[in-house]
Design a protein around this ligand. Structure first.
Ligand code: NI
Length: 133
């Protein structure tokens, strides 16, 4: 044990109430929950310039009826073969598709691919999850 650091924070009371309710359901105390949240935040934000090799997933939801969208998404994926390890496609309902891309490679390339996918017309949501190797 290398000791602990203590700090105090100011938060919206409603947010804290919801936080406490949620962590109680998970069996966490505040210290554990804040550490879990901090690690998640760091893995989401500290990668970027010079972050090196990472692994992760790009999850997107899109409306496959939007003209040209499916072709554009295919094009982008073929352009980035080197960093896409696999992809899974799920037909969610009549209009929407869910696609999950497993990615591995330089953080900057993955960020660039996610950025290109996110701004493709018809893409409704995109989430990028990055984990350090
Ligand atoms: Ni589909």
């Amino acid at each position: 044990m290398v000791g602990v650091s203590r700090f105090s924070v100011s938060v919206d009371p409603g947010l804290l109430e919801e936080f406490d309710r949620t962590i109680e359901g998970l069996g966490y105390n505040r210290s554990t929950a804040v550490q879990v949240a901090m690690r998640g935040f760091l893995s989401e934000h500290k990668w970027g310039e010079g972050a090196g090799e990472v692994v992760g997933a790009i999850t997107l939801v899109y409306d496959h009826h939007v003209s040209g969208l499916v072709g554009e998404l295919n094009h982008l994926q073929h352009e980035h073969l080197g960093i896409i390890s696999s992809s899974t496609h799920v037909h969610i309902d009549h209009d929407n598709c869910l696609e999950i891309l497993a990615v591995e490679g330089p953080a900057s390339h993955i960020k660039s691919l996610a950025g290109s996918l996110a701004v493709t017309r018809g893409v409704k949501q995109l989430k990028l999850s990055i984990l350090e190797k």
